[in-house]
Design a protein around this ligand. Structure first.
Ligand SMILES: Cc1cc2nc3c(=O)[nH]c(=O)nc-3n(C[C@H](O)[C@H](O)[C@H](O)COP(=O)(O)O)c2cc1C
Length: 176
């Protein structure tokens, strides 16, 4: 059995969440972490696929918001570093270009630390799109919170624990 974690990230927070989720899953099975730019158009063949992105303008990033993020990294006051793999497309474009039916998945995102009603959620959009394409949400979408675009370390611990729990649940569902 195996799992895949797909992520998009401009400043590193969503990548770190993806890696933490994979650490949790990796206690039990093989897991691959991949940037969305390198996935290709087919939904990965795996027992569980986690898909995550940063929340931009209440939803998924677009070329405009990614350009804005690049501009932010050029402002020293913001203390943000552009992820080496960030240039390119994002989860929005990947979802739009999918050529195969999704399987079991869980959507996640990073977003500001306030009510989802105010911040919006990229994960909510991912979940909706994958369900519409025929995928099965193994669990409700999950958000990890940033302050000034940086994650609290407790969020990474939470992501690791969630990864392990999601895999354990997936295993029991497969056995029943
Ligand atoms: C152009 C832009 C728009 C954003 N809009 C939102 C938003 O609507 N809601 C929110 O919670 N966070 C918003 N953010 C903050 C991002 O969610 C935050 O930068 C992201 O979680 C960091 O993840 P990353 O390091 O993986 O890029 C925005 C960030 C950028 C660059």
């Amino acid at each position: 059995m195996s799992a895949v974690v797909i992520y998009e990230s401009m400043f590193g927070a969503t990548r770190m969440v993806a890696e933490a989720l994979a650490r949790g899953i990796g206690r039990h099975t093989d897991v691959t972490v991949v940037n969305v730019n390198t996935v290709g158009h087919e939904f990965p063949v795996a027992d569980l696929v986690l898909v995550g992105a940063p929340t931009h303008v209440h939803g998924l990033s677009s070329p405009t918001t990614r350009d804005q993020a690049v501009i932010w990294t050029k402002d020293p006051a913001r203390k943000l570093t552009l992820e080496p793999e960030a240039p390119g497309s994002g989860v929005r474009e990947w979802l739009e270009g999918l050529t195969s039916r999704p399987g079991d998945f869980v959507a996640f995102d990073t977003r500001a630390d306030t009510a989802e009603l105010l911040t919006g959620s990229a994960a909510k959009h991912i979940q909706k799109a994958l369900k519409k394409a025929g995928g099965h949400a193994q669990s409700e979408h999950e958000s990890f919170l940033v302050h000034d675009n940086s994650l609290d370390s407790s969020e990474l611990e939470r992501a690791e624990a969630l990864g392990e729990r999601l895999w354990t649940e997936q295993l029991s569902a497969a056995r029943s």
